[in-house]
Design a protein around this ligand. Structure first.
Ligand SMILES: Cc1cc2nc3c(=O)[nH]c(=O)nc-3n(C[C@H](O)[C@H](O)[C@H](O)COP(=O)(O)O)c2cc1C
Length: 380
């Protein structure tokens, strides 16, 4: 027969369980330099292919603003490019002019007044630039048809029938870091509080990192040190304009999922180097994008082990991204120490108020994150 239950003890247990449920890891704030983020949920950078001449517009304001009002901790813009040739498509964003900066300022301000931290991803598409939008087939568009000539580490195309890029000279590499520093300055002036340097998905910096796309014989190719040189110079360029009290993230493809390509071990080695170098606060752990032969084992949370490997192997804070779709899964990832941030792409594309729903699901009693205008919707 069961022992009679001591009601005081069971009440205590219940309180303990409730306390645990009410203090979920996903909704604990995190300090990044001088910035406090209200929870661990970050909107992943996602191209909207909706700009003209690199200018943000009402679409970007509403899209990003909705996710900020929806309770995300950090709201990142899509990839914003440092020069016109760096855009993936003609409809991608840029930050090479003061006019663009001023248009971004309105968006950064709205995100901040909604309680989220405004972040901007800076990048350059290199040899993967000048393509059509996804719904137009994402195929290369030649200069004669309104596109432009592309650049890279080496004269190696991304795929068969893609254009052979112009390999950057050392002076042209220096130009790229100058463009990056100018964009970082404008990001600061626009009111962004976090920059993420896009060094993943087969774009320009990744093209330097990978032995599959970099066969240079100068100081930027060959050895691991040489292939990572442009990345470190890019970080230093950003930091020359980005204040010490503001955080800098870097997005890396932790593995290329291709034999002989950039690997998890390479990434851990790089992360150890980044930690020693300083200036970078978190590694956003993505994968792939540099070689069409990649074989990605896609399933929920498929990149979380990459984040864990980098975090454990280097001691650097990480973000985990990729098919994270339930509050319990997100909570477990933070609770297990697999990552410091949960980075959500399509989950937040489909549901801008996912963080508010997750707060309900995980029984966070503090409704502070709900905008007062939305409080009465909190009945589910
Ligand atoms: C429409 C769309 C646009 C994207 N644009 C970017 C981008 O600008 N920069 C980037 O680093 N990743 C980009 N990604 C990748 C996402 O940020 C994210 O890493 C990926 O979708 C996996 O996360 P998810 O399963 O939560 O969507 C994009 C993804 C989608 C679906």
């Amino acid at each position: 027969m069961d022992k009679p239950v001591d009601s005081r003890q069971s009440g205590e247990n219940e309180r303990r369980i409730l306390k645990r449920q009410r203090d979920p890891y996903l909704f604990r704030s995190i300090e990044l330099r001088s910035i406090t983020v209200r929870n661990r949920i970050m909107l992943s950078p996602m191209c909207q292919y909706s700009a003209r001449d690199g200018m943000p517009n009402d679409w970007h304001l509403v899209h990003l603003g909705a996710r900020a009002a929806g309770g995300a901790g950090i709201v990142f813009t899509e990839a914003v490019h440092t020069e016109p040739r760096g855009r993936i498509t003609q409809h991608c964003l840029g930050l090479w002019s003061d006019e663009q900066r001023d248009a971004f300022a309105r968006i950064a301000n709205f995100i901040a007044t909604s309680g989220a931290v405004p972040g901007i991803q800076l990048g350059h598409a290199g040899r993967k630039a000048s393509v059509g939008r996804p719904w137009e087939g994402s195929n290369p568009i030649p200069a004669a048809e309104g596109g432009w000539d592309v650049i890279s580490a080496s004269a190696k195309s991304y795929a068969k029938d893609w254009p052979i890029p112009h390999p950057l000279t050392e002076n042209e590499i220096a130009d790229q870091t100058t463009f990056l520093a100018a964009s970082a300055r404008r990001a600061r002036e626009a009111g962004f509080k976090v920059i993420e340097l896009h060094a993943a998905h087969g774009y320009l910096i990744h093209q330097f990192l990978s032995p599959l796309s970099n066969d240079r014989t100068d100081g930027y190719g060959g050895s691991f040190e040489n292939r990572t040189r442009f990345l470190f110079e890019s970080i230093d360029a950003i930091r020359s304009e980005w204040p010490g009290e503001l955080p800098l993230f870097i997005r890396l493809s932790v593995t290329e999922w291709v034999e002989g390509g950039w690997s998890v071990d390479d990434c851990i080695r790089l992360a150890i180097g980044l930690k020693a170098h300083g200036g970078v606060d978190l590694i956003d752990c993505s994968s792939g994008g540099n070689d069409p032969r990649q074989k990605i084992p896609i399933h929920p949370a498929y990149q979380v082990p990459l984040s864990r490997s980098v975090r454990e192997g280097s001691g650097m804070p990480t973000g985990a991204v990729g098919l994270i779709n339930s509050p319990d899964l997100a909570e477990a990832i933070i609770a297990n120490g697999d990552a410091d941030l949960i980075v959500l792409g399509r989950t937040l594309l489909a549901d801008p108020v996912w963080p508010l729903r997750a707060a309900n699901a995980l029984r966070v009693p503090d409704k502070g994150a709900w905008p007062v205008q939305y409080e009465r919707s909190n009945i589910f």
